[in-house]
Design a protein around this ligand. Sequence first.
Ligand code: TYM
Length: 332
Amino acid sequence: LPRLYSGMQPSADSLHAGNYIGALLQWKQLQTTHDALFSVVDMHAITVPQDPAELREKTRRTAAQYIAAGIDPENSTLYVQSHVPAHAELAWILNTITGFGEAGRMTQFKDKSKKQGADATSVGLFTYPVLMAADILLYQSEVVPVGDDQKQHVELTRDLATRFNARFGDTFTIPEPVIQKETARIYDLQNPGSKMSKSGESPAGILWLLDEPGAIKKKIMRAVTDDEAVVRFDRENKPGVSNLMTIFQVFSGRSLTEIEDAFAGRGYGDFKKELVELVVAEFSPIRERATALLDDPAELDRVLAGNAARASAIADTTLETVYDRIGFLRRV
Ligand code: TYM
């Protein structure tokens, strides 16, 4: 089976609708046709300040949500990044073949560092995409399912792999990003010009996977729309309604045209009410399963340890080859 790799940061108590629709739903499908690895990237999370006790908790919560959403830790390898030291080791090597300017052109870095200011921005945030390249390349991954915002990082990964192979001999598989066009970007409910993000400005704009039905209802009913009062997909002129329609489409399995027809001559109220029902029906069972898994953290930790051992076995083999190729004297 072709090897697949993806991951998410444990940077909030809950994943959000963008993570779920843009990534997790694809993972769930692709795990059946691929040899899949899914990591909780705690080493990426600390590129911005994290509270230690909270980070530990968020790491478990993220893993629990993967499983609750349908990732099978028996068939897929679901593990915590820092449990496999090879990630940090390969990242160091890749840092030495990455151009300073090349890393500086990553748009996510440019945006985040501009917001924070140069002194509050860690060097870790700068080399974050190189660590992501190490994640992917350690496992000789062929496919990397991500949302739109990670595409540039996967392209950097391809460049680094190609460069390493040219310099030191064929070592890495060149990975392909897999991006679901219609759902690659879910937008903030209050600010449909920006992507839904864990660090979003308005809490009312983010639909959390672990939200209670009441919270889901409140946020959807208050979601920003427009005054045309017609349910019609038009990303440019009706970003709020179009974003809600994308979510409706994914959870109902109905096409955009079917949705437009179903709500013709009806207002946004009816449309939003049905959307609330769809989102609650999708998220509630996941919330319940995640809560049950988190009630037994020892069992969850045991599952993660077993999966980390599986990941290490693959990663260590790649790292050994890399060390040999670049001329490190091996300890006898
Ligand atoms: P992260 O944790 O920011 O996001 C996890 C996944 O969710 C997708 N995503 C979205 N998709 C649609 N709409 C949105 N509003 C939205 N917000 C987030 C992201 O594209 C991503 O697929 N660097 C990565 C994690 C990572 C990784 C990797 C991914 C580390 N190593 C190796 C793939 C392979 C990140 O911060 O994702």
